[in-house]
Ligand binder design. Structure first.
Ligand code: PLP
Length: 426
């Protein structure tokens, strides 16, 4: 067993505001076990100032930045990113509704989606969102019918550049065989640009590309720019959005480019192609929020299977973090009462759902002596955890706490049992 695995949790995986005092994890001075006690577990705990700092880095590095709502969304995060000057990507009527309810100026909303319904398009047009990113010819046709010359709409076209980046198949989106966008290689993208340019109702502002998520090589973005550069030059549109996708480290030993390096590679590639006049936007989700949060669980049961493995079962699971079961994603685990302890015990951390696939950390290393009623926490759970969660097994969705310099506050309460019956007309 290598010592790197059993070493204490690397503090680089904790939010910016984390400090450890007598082993106890604090964020901006707030002891994390106290929050678990007060609000119950599982609990998502976000360092708000960490989110704000990532927003500032992004705004500094690009002409425009939209936060991808799907990574983690509620009224509070909508206000935080808006205050920092970001726009917001919404990809459904529900995300649009939530952003409007949070008071986000509609001009700062970008409407995405590969299967927007007529109703969602009407919502977006009525709200007067800043941009609609059109994903296909059916949508182009629907918009042309709905939009009047008196109230034209600003659109971008989502183009599939035909590059396959190195990440999980389910989160790759730039290859030709994709449900997203107009393909470049088949001439569909060119046809869409011609059609949109010819429309009196649609104002074509630019091209949108999103090649995938959890991308660890900034060069993947440069390669994408290389592929699409000749078309961009030919089309002569003022804006380019390169989507999101910047990866973040989740486990010991992983490294990813930061937002500044991402920007440097992108701007370098654009300059090399003579495209540095373009207004360049990005849409990070994960890179803004993933590292900002930890999830705290309570251990309910420990089973030692001699010669096989030890299972540590906690009070959450795939309903608050489906990433391990969906993508086989790895996480670290630690004890927030003893954050700096060595972690010599190899276990599998599982949830409470009726599925063997309900795994949170397949091969976790934890300190000695963890048993029922102890806390276990996983870092880097700020993206695609709460937002992808479910009520499977009628498990209630966890609460969310935000911490800033003024202290901690509950921004999403944990569901109550009655919430589970709110739509049940039985
Ligand atoms: C998912 C998505 C994003 C955000 O991706 P991250 O990997 O979270 O940065 C941005 N734009 C579009 C169109 C997306 O689908």
């Amino acid at each position: 067993m290598s010592s790197a695995l059993t070493a204490p949790l690397p503090t680089s995986l904790l939010p910016d505001g984390a400090t450890i005092s007598d082993g106890v994890l604090h964020i901006r001075g707030v002891p994390i076990p106290d929050l678990a006690e007060r609000y119950g577990t599982p609990l998502f705990i976000y360092d708000e100032d960490h989110v704000r700092e990532r927003c500032r880095e992004a705004i500094h590095a690009f002409d425009s930045v939209a936060y991808a709502a799907k990574a983690f969304f509620n009224k509070t995060i909508a206000r935080v990113v808006t205050e920092e000057g970001l726009s917001i990507d919404v990809a459904s009527g529900g995300e649009l509704f939530t952003a409007l309810a949070a008071g986000v100026p509609p001009g700062r909303l970008v409407m995405h989606g590969n299967a927007k319904s007529r109703r969602e398009l009407v919502m977006a047009l009525d709200a007067e969102v800043g941009r609609i990113v059109v994903d296909g010819f059916d949508e182009l046709g629907r918009l042309e019918e709905m939009v009047t010359p008196e109230r034209p709409v600003d659109i971008m076209l989502r183009v599939t550049p035909g590059v396959s980046i190195h990440t999980h198949d389910f989160i790759k989106t730039g290859q030709d065989d994709s449900k997203f966008g107009f393909t470049l290689s088949t001439g569909k993208a060119d046809e869409a640009v011609k059609r949109a340019k010819a429309s009196d109702h649609l104002r074509l502002r630019g091209i949108h590309i999103h090649v995938g998520s959890q991308v660890f090589r900034a060069e993947s973005f440069a390669e994408t720019i290389g592929v699409i550069a000749p078309a961009l030059s030919a089309w002569g549109l003022p804006e380019l959005s390169l989507g999101g996708g910047l990866g973040v480290p989740y486990i010991t030993g992983e490294t990813a480019p930061d937002i500044g390096e991402w920007s440097k590679v992108i701007h370098g590639a654009l300059a090399a192609e003579g495209l540095d006049h373009l207004g360049v936007g990005v849409e990070p989700g994960r890179a803004i929020v993933a590292g900002a949060a930890v999830t705290v669980y309570t251990v309910e049961a420990v089973k030692e299977l001699p010669g096989i493995r030890t299972y540590v079962a906690v009070d959450g699971g795939m309903s608050d973090n489906p990433r391990p079961s969906l993508y086989g994603s790895g996480y670290e685990a630690f004890d927030p009462h003893h954050t700096d302890r060595h972690r010599p015990v190899e276990v599998r951390i599982v949830g409470k759902h009726c599925e063997s696939g309900d795994v949170l950390v397949d091969d976790a290393f934890i300190p000695e002596g963890i048993g029922p009623d102890d806390l276990i926490a996983t870092p880097v759970t700020g993206a695609y955890g709460h937002s992808m969660g479910s009520n499977y097994n009628k498990v209630r969705r966890p609460g969310v706490v935000f911490i800033n310099g003024d202290g901690a506050r509950l921004v999403v309460r944990r569901e109550r049992y009655e919430d589970l019956l709110a739509t049940d007309l039985g």
